[in-house]
Design a binder for this molecule. Structure first.
Ligand SMILES: [Zn+2]
Length: 726
């Protein structure tokens, strides 16, 4: 449940950064840097003429990306040079605002390529990604480490009090200054050269991690020869597994694809214990050894991150990263986790004891020897404990959670009640994949607000998990209205079958739409401060807050209708589904915290402490042991070799951010409940103070302005059923 950040302000190609790195693969030679004039028929050459500047997906070919990238980088470089060497003395407009306007072509191509490479990739695009990632990093460095430009930014920042800027402009100037400093603008020329080389290499390693993982996840799919092994799955799931196998040329067999987390959803259903163990083994064995090995990538990556932090004057990478977050420093993260960890682990042990009891009872009843609960057993038995305690099972609930109902009568409905938004499906606009749906979003007064793309189904060429991405970011300066998308991985049913969801998937839809609202309701002037461009430990606040509406009785009653009869879910069943949400939170919270602490461990080391590739598994084991959350039946939500958040996207030293944000989200949930719940007045209050504001103000101030006080942790513990007495 990530957010894909806007790339940088993106700048110049830098020969200095590329030099000596051998990072330019073959593709680079086919598109010479000198050849930067873009053909007029390249779809990125001009702003899209489609509504909301929706990218013309139907006209984009893989061969369009590299020429557009190179022309875009060249153009941005020229623009930045003009700004840096402007003979006029620096002003806010001729420097900062000019930078905000620069690089439009590069933004256009990068927005499309970066997003599609995540959700609809192919080998050719991955080659482009491998080529471009280090070059884009070098381009950023070329801007941030441009001495003439830095001199102008520093001069403006130095006299900011006398510039009489409005608050948003002050914030923008301050962000630029911070970003330049953090990017190394104050280092010596020699250190800057080292820094550029490190950045380029880090960027290449992250790309390699991502490609290894995508392939390892696809290759790790479990092939089943005998359908009897699949006992416990529904007919539809078995059919889908047969179809997945056939699609890979394995007709007559069945294929279980891997999801991105350690735990795999089908472990809850598979009765065959040996197959459960095999599926679990495939999950945790991903990208560990073999052709897609990520251990060497990790070893090199954490070493370089530690060296870079030291060069920039920080104790470690976590200290560097956290300085620019709400948390501020590693100690604050440790404190927050320490407030939750003991209750989570204690609850997990209680849950495990209940499961063990059930295993023992069932073994005794069948006359077979009992066994100790293992990670691959947890979901299977926990599901049964849940069923016994709450007296319902997934099969009875699923017909009430049909995707279209959930989307229109739940997700959109709550946004209508809260913010007055309305949605109209646009079938006339081009998409990149036939399953993708486009909705035009209108504000309460009927004014056009945004385009929303829903890309819900799993594909082999899509990264795992769920995330929101912006194809066009909101900006009054550039007169851009937002185009945002939600990307999920819901297994696609066989043709003609309804898309029936689990309540977890329903919650994910609301979560990702919370990010989408943050993007669509953004109402700011400068692109750098728009929408989800907030710290990572704040960005999950609007999304986790929005999850609350998935379980609000008034909203559930509206969307949870039987897909055939249209009957609402029986109230007693609904009550059970909602009550069951606090179930298994010991496991869920512990697996999350273990991963969060693993992330901190990887990023709180000095270069001297970085392990060799062969010692990566041992480092991980030691880190988990030291975390106090090393509890065998509850493995971390991600093991290092497939921990995509921290090794190939923007969450390094930042996986704790979900819990940090969740404190704000649950506190906000409580605020809604004490103020009358799902009303326009409440929605508009949050919209005005938080959702429309992007990063135009310190996020902690935004929260305080909305709530009238600092956040408190009690509602989170209550929501997860972890407070004492629940
Ligand atoms: Zn999220």
């Amino acid at each position: 449940m990530r957010v894909v950040y806007w790339g940088v302000l993106a700048a110049v190609f830098s020969t200095a950064a590329a030099a000596g790195h051998g990072a330019a693969p073959t593709a680079a030679r086919t598109s010479s840097m000198a050849d930067t004039a873009l053909k007029v028929d390249n779809p990125f050459a001009h702003p899209s003429t489609l509504p909301y500047e929706l990218p013309p997906f139907d006209r984009i070919r893989d061969t369009d990306y590299l020429p557009a990238y190179h022309a875009g980088m060249h153009e941005q470089l020229k623009e930045v040079e003009r700004i840096a060497h402007n003979p006029q003395p620096p002003t806010f407009d001729n420097t900062i605002v000019a930078l905000e306007r620069a690089g439009q072509l590069l933004r256009r191509v990068d927005a499309v390529f970066g997003r599609l490479n995540a959700c609809n990739t192919n080998p050719q695009m991955q080659e482009i990604d491998t080529e471009m990632a280090p070059k884009l990093t070098a381009q950023e460095d070329a801007i941030h480490l441009n001495p003439a430009l830095w001199a102008r930014v520093e001069a403006l920042y130095g006299k900011r009090a006398s510039l009489h800027l409005d608050p948003e402009s002050q914030q923008l100037l301050s962000r630029y200054h911070t970003e330049f400093v953090r990017a190394g603008a104050r280092l010596s020329r020699a250190d800057q050269t080292r820094l550029r080389a490190m950045n380029t290499e880090i960027s290449s390693l992250m790309t390699r991690f991502k490609h290894n993982l995508l392939k390892a996840t696809a290759d790790g799919a479990v092939v089943v020869d005998d359908v009897r092994e699949l006992d416990g799955l529904s007919e539809g799931q078995i059919g889908a597994a047969a179809q997945a196998a056939a699609a890979r040329g394995l007709a007559g067999k069945w294929l279980i694809a891997l999801q991105n987390t350690t735990n795999q959803p089908l472990l809850a259903q598979l009765q065959n214990r040996a197959l459960r163990e095999r599926l679990y083994g495939a999950s945790i064995g991903r990208a560990r050894g073999g052709a897609t090995d990520n251990t060497a990538v990790i070893a090199q990556l954490v070493l370089l991150r530690a060296e870079r932090a030291a060069l920039l004057g920080y104790a470690n990478h976590a200290a560097y990263q956290l300085e620019d977050e709400s948390a501020g420093n590693p100690a604050a993260v440790r404190d927050m986790i320490a407030q939750v960890a003991p209750a989570a682990l204690a609850r997990a042990r209680t849950e495990a004891a209940e499961i063990q009891k059930l295993i023992d009872q069932q073994s005794a009843a069948s006359g077979s020897p009992s066994f100790a609960l293992q990670p691959w057993d947890w979901s299977f038995y926990s599901q049964q404990v849940r069923k016994a305690r709450y007296d319902f099972d997934q099969a009875r609930v699923a017909p009430y959670f049909e995707l279209d109902h959930v989307l229109k009568d739940g997700v959109f409905y709550s946004a209508h009640q809260l913010y007055g938004l309305t949605f109209k499906e646009r079938r006339d606009l081009p998409v990149y994949q036939a399953d993708v749906r486009v909705f035009e979003v209108f504000d309460a007064d009927g004014a056009p607000l945004a385009l929303f793309l829903g890309d819900y189904f799993a594909r082999d060429n899509k990264q795992g998990g769920a995330w929101m991405a912006a194809y066009v970011g909101q900006s009054k300066l550039l007169q851009h209205k937002p185009v945002v998308a939600n990307h999920l991985n819901i297994p696609k049913p066989q043709p003609g079958q309804p898309v029936l969801l689990s309540f977890d998937e329903v919650t994910t839809m609301f979560h990702e739409f919370g990010h989408a609202l943050h993007g669509m309701l953004s109402s700011v002037r400068y692109p750098k401060l728009a929408g989800t461009a907030v710290p990572r430990d704040f960005v999950e606040y609007p999304s986790q807050y929005n999850e609350m509406w998935a379980r609000e009785p008034q909203v559930v009653a509206h969307y949870a209708r039987h897909y055939q009869s249209g009957e609402p879910m029986p109230p007693e069943l609904l009550e059970k589904v909602l009550a069951a949400q606090k179930f298994n939170q010991g496991y869920a919270t512990t697996e999350y915290l273990a991963a969060a602490l693993l992330d901190q461990a990887w990023h709180q080391i000095s270069a001297a402490q970085a392990p060799a590739a062969a010692d990566v598994p041992a480092f991980e084991a030691a880190a988990l042991k030291e975390s106090g959350l090393d509890y065998a039946p509850v493995p971390p939500r991600y093991h290092s070799t497939f921990f995509s958040h921290i090794f190939d996207s923007g969450y390094s030293a930042g996986y704790y951010a979900y819990l940090w944000s969740e404190v704000l989200a649950r506190d906000t949930g409580q605020w809604f409940h004490t103020h009358g719940g799902l009303t326009r007045a409440n929605g508009d209050a949050l919209r005005t103070q938080v959702l429309s504001r992007g990063r135009t103000e310190d996020p902690q101030v935004l929260f305080r302005n909305f709530y009238g006080r600092a956040p408190e942790i009690a509602p989170l513990l209550e929501y997860r059923g972890l407070s004492s007495g629940t």
